[in-house]
Structure formats: structure tokens, C-alpha cells
Design a protein around this ligand. Structure first.
Ligand code: NAP
Length: 494
């Protein structure tokens, strides 16, 4: 393996693929993509549980520069996203940079070399000039530390390590978790299991999913006239952007809109779930938008099935043959499904140890000084590092708008470095402070600060109680910033 490429990208998901395309566009072709999995696609390679599908319309959930006329539905199944990742990697000839099965452990800035030293689990060291961490937000699975979990004698499976050969027919299954993953999986499991017990800790907001198959003639039209698909994208972008701006980002000013959506979701639940106690237990007691809402036409109705029940009273412990509930019952099971999500703040910020100038540890610095990153991507004292899954980087509309803003950002900074003949770029403290101040102020209007999120247990919030994951601005503003931020916000040396 080449040891001193111009750039190393960590992760071969949509972030890493987009970063490689961006670097190629400005003439950086000497790069290596390190990926711990055995294939590309990131979350869409790792996740393949039954029912997996996007929950943002596929027209929006894709690169704007590479529309895909092949989507079979408005909300495409997960396997199509994996195929799309392969298509983009092949179309832009990115696969040649990828090294699979390589887990990065740490990266340290070498002041003498003016390069990063990237260490892998199998003992290699790479020394790229630029380091791009494209490790995603939801890449470190969370296995709950519930008492007795290691004593369970039956089958146990986390949704991120799904065993496609597992036959659930006739099984007595418990699923822990009611996040977006569980909302998709529960209706599928209920079709074949003998008994399904859903262990819910925090109810989730669920709204109907307006989904339909895209007819073949329309797909052909999209293939022949990409502009037609772009027009549809325009519509889905605008709808989701309005929901985000009105419902979440400007909650303080526009909360009747948020309340309206919550009322519709309440009505949807009331008319879908027959049993009153179950219906009440499924009702969230925090504001819509505090936590990632979900979309499903099946989830609520599944609780009407005779083989499905809800346990909302809490788990006391897991035993060899089941689960003891906090209210003294015992649920017999032979299979335990963990739809327990991801360790976001503990394991993902950053996903590997990153040591910058003067021995500064990024993770420690964030925890000691608030989570922050200029435009969600750069941090002072960490030269030549672009961390794509940074605080305030995620644009609510779609991960693809996040990536595309970051692509523009990197192209501008590294293009400027090339023009100046500089080999080191570092964002200034001043620019970073100003950006953090602006984000902090904008957060005041959001549902996270102005709404009632106390009981939501939302991963949007870090341990200090700050909602530092989403960028609290519109997508239009994120793109505007990416295209116009002063290049002098960076120092160029070397
Ligand atoms: P999640 O939203 O973090 O949900 C994890 C669930 O596990 C929550 O209900 C949580 O309860 C529960 N849980 C965790 N630890 C527990 C414990 N010790 N005891 C009891 N319950 C526990 O994770 P996810 O469902 O995998 O979804 C994560 C994100 O992935 C989504 O928000 C979405 O952004 C994305 N996603 C997208 C798609 C898609 O686009 N198709 C599909 C799936 C996921 P609490 O709420 O009480 O913590």
C-alpha cells in the first residue's frame, strides 16, 4: 500500500465517495480510501435488516449531480442505496482508491513532516498530507448494558449485524428499541414470528409515509430526461426543507406548524391502534422534532396483531430464557433483537483518536470546550483535517446535502491552497469562534431549545445537553456559506 498519498479518506460510504469525487475535481488523484468493512456503501452496506428503506424521498436522498433514474419507489429499499453507492463509485472511478478490511485506529499530526500519521489496526502507518474523516454519524453500534444480557441463552442479533439466514418463523422474539430502525423492522418481524414483544423506553413520533412505486414509464422518462427528475427533486427538497425550517429550526416563531404536525400524528396513532392502553403508551410526551421522527404506514397497525404486544414499563434484567420487566412480569423469548441504535457522542466524536498540533486530542478538547467545528468540518489546531461528521455539520434535509456542502468547502480551501502553493491549511480561531457563536444563537429558536425535549432522550443532544449535531440553518444557507465563506478564514502555510 502506498504510504504517503496526498490524501487519506477514512470511510467508503457516501461521505467518503463524495470526498474522493471532490478531490478528483481539483486534481488530487493521489489518494487512498480506508474502509473497515469488506465493501463500499457505509451504512447501506452494513444495514440489511428486513424492511430497510430510506425515510427521505430518494429523489432528495441522492447526490444532486448524479440523479438515479432506477429508484423503484419514492422511498427506495435499502438494497437500492447500496447499488447506487456502487454505481457512483464506478461512474466516477473511485473504487480504485479503496482498501477494504482496514480499520483506522488513530491519526496524529506530525509537525516535522507537516503530514498526518494514520495508524491502522493491522500495524500500517500512512502519512498523507490531507486527512478526511468520512466515518458517518451512525457507524458505532450501541449494545445496551442491560443487567444479564450476557446470560441470555437464545439467539441475539443487533440490527447492524443482521444474519440474513436467521429464520424467525414460529419464534418468540423480543425487540428492544423503537427508533427508526425498529419502526421499519417490527412490521416485518410480526409477519412470521409466533410472538413479538416490543420493549419501548421512549415512544417515537410516527407520521404516515406517502410512498408509492415509481412506474416504469416514469423511470424511463427520468433516464432520458434527467431534468424531469431534477424537477421532482425540487419538489421533494422544498417539502422537506419547509418541514425542517418550520417544524424544527424556527420552532420559536412558527410553533403552530409544529403543533399541527403533532396533532396529525396523534390522530394517525388514535385511528391506527385499537387497544387504548397500547395507544396511550405509544404517545410521545415531548415535542415533535426533538428526536428524529419516523415514517411508517405499518408500525402502529402492527400492534393490533394478536402475536404482537408492547412492553413500556421498563426492563429489570435479561435472563437465560427471557426478560424480567420492571413491573414484575417475565416475558419468555428465544430470540432477542437489539434495535438499540448507535453510540453517537461516546464513540463517534471523533470515531477514531485524532491528535492535532501540540498534542491536542480532538475528543478531549471537544468535551472540555464544547462541541464545535467551523462550518461543521474544520477545527483550529487540526491542520489539513476535514472531519465530515463534525458538530453542526448535518443538514436536516438529507445527508447528501451535508456531503455536497462539504465537497464545495473542501474544493474551495484546497483549491486556494494549490493556488497559493501552500501545503498546510488551518481554520483560524477567530472564524471558528464566530461560527460557534452564530450556531449557538440560532439554536435558541429551534425546538431543541425553545421546545420541550426533556424526556425525548434524543441523540441530537450531547452529554452536556446541547443539540450540536444538526446545523440549525436552512440548507440554502449551508450551501450559501459553503460557496461564499471567506477563504481568509483559513491560514495557508508551507
Ligand atoms: P435510535 O434512534 O438511536 O433508537 C435506538 C432505540 O433503542 C431507542 O428506542 C432507544 O430508546 C432504545 N434503547 C437504547 N438503549 C436502550 C436500553 N438500554 N434500554 C431500552 N431501550 C434502549 O437508533 P435507530 O433506530 O437505529 O436509528 C438511528 C438513526 O438511524 C435514525 O434516527 C435515522 O436517522 C437513521 N435511520 C435511518 C433509516 C432510514 O433512513 N431508512 C432507517 C433506520 C435508521 P430511547 O429512545 O429511550 O433511548
Amino acid at each position: 500500500m502506498q504510504n504517503s498519498p496526498e490524501a487519506v479518506i477514512i470511510g467508503a460510504g457516501f461521505g467518503g465517495i463524495g470526498a474522493a469525487i471532490a478531490l478528483n475535481r481539483i486534481g488530487i488523484n493521489d489518494l487512498v480510501i480506508l474502509e473497515r468493512e469488506d465493501d463500499l456503501g457505509g451504512t447501506w452496506h452494513v444495514n440489511h435488516y428486513p424492511g430497510l428503506a430510506v425515510d427521505i424521498p430518494s429523489t432528495t436522498y441522492s447526490y444532486s449531480f448524479e440523479p438515479n433514474p432506477e429508484w423503484s419507489r419514492l422511498f427506495a429499499p435499502g438494497a437500492e442505496l447500496k447499488r447506487y453507492a456502487e454505481h457512483v463509485a464506478d461512474t466516477y472511478d473511485i473504487r480504485r482508491y479503496m482498501r477494504f478490511g482496514v480499520s483506522v485506529e488513530s491519526a496524529e499530526w506530525d509537525e516535522e513532516l507537516q503530514r498526518w500519521r494514520v495508524s491502522t489496526a493491522d500495524g500500517q502507518t500512512l502519512t498523507p498530507r490531507y486527512l478526511i474523516a468520512a466515518t458517518g454519524f451512525l457507524s458505532q453500534p450501541h449494545t445496551p448494558d442491560i443487567p444479564g444480557i450476557t446470560e441470555f441463552a437464545g439467539t441475539i442479533v443487533h440490527t447492524t449485524a443482521w444474519d440474513d439466514d436467521l429464520d424467525f418463523t414460529g419464534r418468540k422474539v423480543a425487540i428492544i428499541g423503537t427508533g427508526a430502525t425498529a419502526v421499519q423492522l417490527i412490521p416485518e418481524l410480526a409477519k412470521s414470528v409466533a410472538e413479538l414483544t416490543v420493549f419501548q423506553r421512549t415512544p417515537i413520533w410516527v407520521v404516515p409515509k406517502i410512498d408509492f412505486a415509481i412506474p416504469a414509464p416514469v423511470r424511463r422518462l427520468f433516464g432520458r430526461i434527467p431534468l424531469a427528475q431534477r424537477a421532482v427533486r425540487g419538489v421533494t427538497d422544498v417539502i422537506y426543507e419547509i418541514i425542517m425550517i418550520a417544524g424544527v429550526l424556527h420552532f420559536r416563531q412558527l410553533n403552530p406548524l409544529n403543533r399541527g404536525v403533532a396533532m396529525l400524528a396523534n390522530l394517525f396513532r388514535s385511528t391506527s391502534v385499537r387497544d387504548r392502553r397500547t395507544r396511550d403508551a405509544l404517545a410521545p410526551d415531548y415535542d415533535f422534532g426533538c428526536k428524529r421522527p419516523t415514517y411508517s404506514n405499518e408500525y402502529y397497525r402492527t400492534f393490533n396483531k394478536p402475536n404482537v404486544s408492547l412492553q413500556a414499563g421498563g426492563i429489570e434484567r435479561i435472563t437465560a430464557d427471557g426478560i424480567d420487566t420492571a413491573d414484575g412480569a417475565h416475558v419468555d423469548i428465544d430470540t432477542l433483537v437489539l434495535a438499540t441504535g448507535f453510540d453517537l457522542w461516546d464513540a463517534n466524536f471523533p470515531a477514531i483518536e485524532i491528535i492535532g498540533r501540540e498534542g491536542r486530542s480532538l475528543g478531549k478538547w471537544w468535551r472540555d470546550n464544547r462541541f464545535q467545528a467551523y462550518q461543521g468540518i474544520s477545527v483550529p489546531m487540526f491542520p489539513n483535517l476535514f472531519n465530515l461528521a463534525g458538530p453542526y455539520s448535518y443538514s436536516g434535509l438529507s445527508y447528501f446535502t451535508t456531503i455536497e456542502c462539504e465537497m464545495i468547502h473542501m474544493q474551495r480551501v484546497l483549491g486556494e491552497a494549490a493556488r497559493r502553493g501552500a501545503t498546510t491549511v488551518e481554520v483560524s480561531e477567530r472564524a471558528n469562534d464566530a461560527f460557534l457563536g452564530r450556531m449557538t444563537e440560532k439554536l435558541q429558536d429551534t425546538v431543541f431549545n425553545a421546545g420541550d425535549c426533556a424526556t425525548s432522550r434524543s441523540y441530537y443532544f450531547n452529554h452536556a445537553g446541547e443539540a450540536t449535531l444538526l446545523r440549525p440553518t436552512s440548507t440554502a444557507n449551508a450551501f450559501h456559506d459553503a460557496k461564499t465563506f471567506p477563504l481568509t478564514d483559513y491560514q495557508y502555510t508551507g
